[in-house]
Design a binder for this molecule. Sequence first.
Ligand SMILES: Nc1ncnc2c1ncn2[C@@H]1O[C@H](COP(=O)(O)OP(=O)(O)OP(=O)(O)O)[C@@H](O)[C@H]1O
Ligand SMILES: [Mg+2]
Length: 345
Amino acid sequence: MIDEMTTVLEPSALPDFVETEYIKDITKRALSYIKAGFPVHFRGPSGTGKTTLAMHLASKIKRPVVVIHGDEEFTTSDLVGGEYGYRIRKVVDRFISRVLKTEEDMVKRWVDNRLTVACKYGFTMIYDEFTRSRPEANNILLSILQEKMMDLPVGRGGEEPYLRVDPDFTAIFTSNPEEYAGVHRSQDALRDRMITMDLDHFDYDTELAVTRAKSKLSKPDAEVIVNVVRGLRESGKCEFAPTVRGCIMIAKTLKVQNLTPGKSDGKFMQICQDILASETSRVGSKTNQSRVKEIVRELVAKEIGMKRTIHVGGKTAEGVGMIKAVDGAGVEEKKESENLAAVTS
Ligand SMILES: Nc1ncnc2c1ncn2[C@@H]1O[C@H](COP(=O)(O)OP(=O)(O)OP(=O)(O)O)[C@@H](O)[C@H]1O
Ligand SMILES: [Mg+2]
């Protein structure tokens, strides 16, 4: 008996998805590889839009979508299917009235998993972060991608020992670079069967458009945030470069608090420091954090038109009279003392 218990998604456009020239270009190239019959693999650091692009690409292919998330604990049966649960049949023999004889017979039920379902019906499979699964769990993909055949385990039953992969089946993979924690090296043979597109952090326009779309912040306000995050990224001083997620977090926090970078009584600085210092270090070491906070402070000060004014350990290092605060409504001037209340390290 074969069962399918798989969640299949409708291919549809994602809410708040922005399609800049950069995104259009990657999508177009990826679609051309898929059209030529090759699986596509988006590889890149965290926050470079791999998962979102994979979903977008799947929506363009217009076939139902199954999503698999790579997992250290995965075995092949998590991908293909397995014998889950069983039915018990009990026979009670009362031939001799004083003797009770029980016979148990277990019938296992085979359940097809996502990969099998996608191959069988020609769906699009997104295998997100596939290198988080152990390489041996992914071996099954080798014959699927090359020979378009899927070896079926004996327990599945059925007439054929293999399943012919439907011609509409498409595979899209994403992965983080190998130096990331919890990531296995991708098998050379598997990588050789897909077209890998290396992604980097978004270009300026895309990062700005994503930040605006996710937060609904005005363009000048979003620009300040993106400039700070990109400035920190380009400083090269972080253990991990800050990502567009940092921009989104700062922007959304400002939005819910009804603040703008210029009119926040120093809260903008605090928010940027909190979010960016933690995002960019793995263990949260004090020296690392204070170094990042220092850079963020300088970048924020520069962005909101403030000359260097630093409160270090309660002392003011350098004072200035006025700052120019830029917000969606325009430019206004404020006394720096009003804004520095929370600007401490
Ligand atoms: N084109 C886009 N339009 C709107 N939002 C986007 C777009 N691309 C990425 N994002 C947003 O940017 C953030 C990071 O994108 P995503 O999760 O796709 O990155 P990733 O490369 O998969 O990261 P990770 O390696 O950490 O999984 C998400 O919040 C996502 O919603
Ligand atoms: Mg992802």
